[in-house]
Design a protein around this ligand. Structure first.
Ligand code: NAD
Ligand code: WQD
Length: 340
């Protein structure tokens, strides 16, 4: 009987790119997604890119009966867990929604996995769990901090639950991947990030200015202690991130315990550098104005990615130009995202 990988949130931005990587590597994939922040069209596009079809189940990971049915029907050998909500501002306004989706959802999944004797898991964590470290770059042995918003706290809580799980039962084998700032799109231009409403994140916002849907970008603060005064982040191409998942999945296959890996490039770019790089790649001029700092933002954040390089033999290969060219290809050929 063939085996499958279950991908929660596989219709979403990072999950869809990772599904492509898994299908291309010969894995069979079952996706569960409630489409609360994604479109079924992404599944059709995955098929167009790979010539293969993931099995798609529309449903919520908090539906424990549905999870039990999935684990009974399929021969799941590992789970990649992307499903969750990620809008920082919304999490401040509606913390219950975030703790319910991200924490209760994860608990429901872990319970169903244990019941089905499936103990391999790759979890989507975030660099936000480091809080505001004193030094850069950030290594995995830095203490976790206090995230400034409920979204970030849900990631930290789930990491703590995972640490307790592996202590309690030695059969668990879990990778917690701390992403830095995922950007870019598949080079086919068929799948990419499709935020609903006004984007919160920098590059989706810049892209919407470029297609004329938004008038100008607000640069949140130019008085940080950075070379040009604007915030610095470690932007990582989503295709590199997807490959990092594949390597992590293979790495945990014959181990047990909890493994934390940073997935970043090790390079930081400022907001102004990002605008200039996007303008170069797209040939579009981006109108912007300097605005006050955004609450909860930190001045700089970039990874020391050497642990993943040594232990997973994974390194980000794509640079800033690829991130910008691929973002622009996706945005310009799908101006309304999957509704285009
Ligand atoms: P996304 O919103 O595009 O994808 C998440 C998917 O999960 C969506 O398709 C959504 O419909 C689905 N979903 C949400 N709640 C669900 C539920 N209860 N049951 C079933 N499906 C549900 O987001 P993404 O950018 O692809 O992020 C994937 C994961 O990575 C998330 O857990 C996110 O918190 C984490 N992460 C993202 C970033 C980032 O900047 N994109 C950074 C760090 C961590
Ligand atoms: C990047 C830089 C902004 C928008 C967030 C979450 C984090 C993770 C990734 C996961 C900062 C500046 C932004 C704009 C701007 N989420 N900016 N104008 O804040 O590093 O991380 O997304 O799921 O948990 O906190 O990413 O893209 O919002 O901001 O000047 O309109 O761009 O101040 O310096 P951030 P971002």
């Amino acid at each position: 009987m063939s085996k499958q990988i279950l991908i929660t949130g596989g219709a979403g931005y990072i999950g869809s790119h990772t599904t492509v990587s898994l299908l291309e590597a010969g894995h069979e994939v079952v996706i569960i997604d409630n489409l609360s922040n994604s479109s079924i069209e992404s599944i059709n596009r995955i098929q167009l890119i790979t010539g293969k079809s993931p099995i798609f189940i529309e449903g919520d990971i908090r539906d424990t009966d549905l999870l039990d049915r999935i684990f009974t029907k399929f021969n799941i050998e590992a789970v990649l867990h992307f499903a969750g909500l990620k809008a920082v501002g919304e999490s401040v306004e509606d913390p219950i929604k975030y703790y319910s989706n991200n924490v209760c959802g994860s608990l429901s999944l872990f319970q169903a996995m244990a019941k089905a004797d499936v103990f391999r898991l790759v979890f989507s964590s975030s660099a936000t769990v480091y809080g505001e470290p004193d030094n850069m770059p950030i290594s995995e042995d830095f203490l976790t901090g206090t995230p400034t918003n409920p979204y970030g706290k849900t990631k930290l809580v789930v990491e703590q639950i995972i640490a307790d799980l592996v202590q309690a039962d030695r059969r668990w084998s879990i990778a917690s991947l701390r992403y830095f700032n995922p950007v870019g799109a598949h080079p086919s231009g068929l799948i990419g990030e499709d935020p609903q409403g006004i984007p919160n994140n920098l590059l989706p916002y810049i892209s919407r200015v470029a297609i004329g849907e938004l008038a100008e970008l607000s640069v949140f603060g130019n008085d940080y202690a950075t070379p040009d005064g604007t915030g610095i982040r470690d932007y990582i191409h989503v295709v590199d991130l997807a490959k990092g998942h594949l390597k992590s999945l293979h790495a945990i296959f014959h181990k047990t315990g909890m493994y934390i890996w940073n997935l970043g490039t090790g390079k930081g770019y400022s907001v102004l550098e990002m605008i200039a790089a996007f303008e170069k790649a797209s040939g579009k001029s981006i109108a912007y104005r300097i605005a006050p700092r955004r609450a909860g933002d930190i001045a700089e954040c970039w990874a020391n990615p050497s642990k993943a390089a040594e232990e997973l033999l994974w390194e980000a290969e794509l640079g800033l130009d690829d991130m910008m060219i691929d973002t622009w290809r996706w945005q310009s050929s799908n101006p309304q995202g999957y509704d285009s």
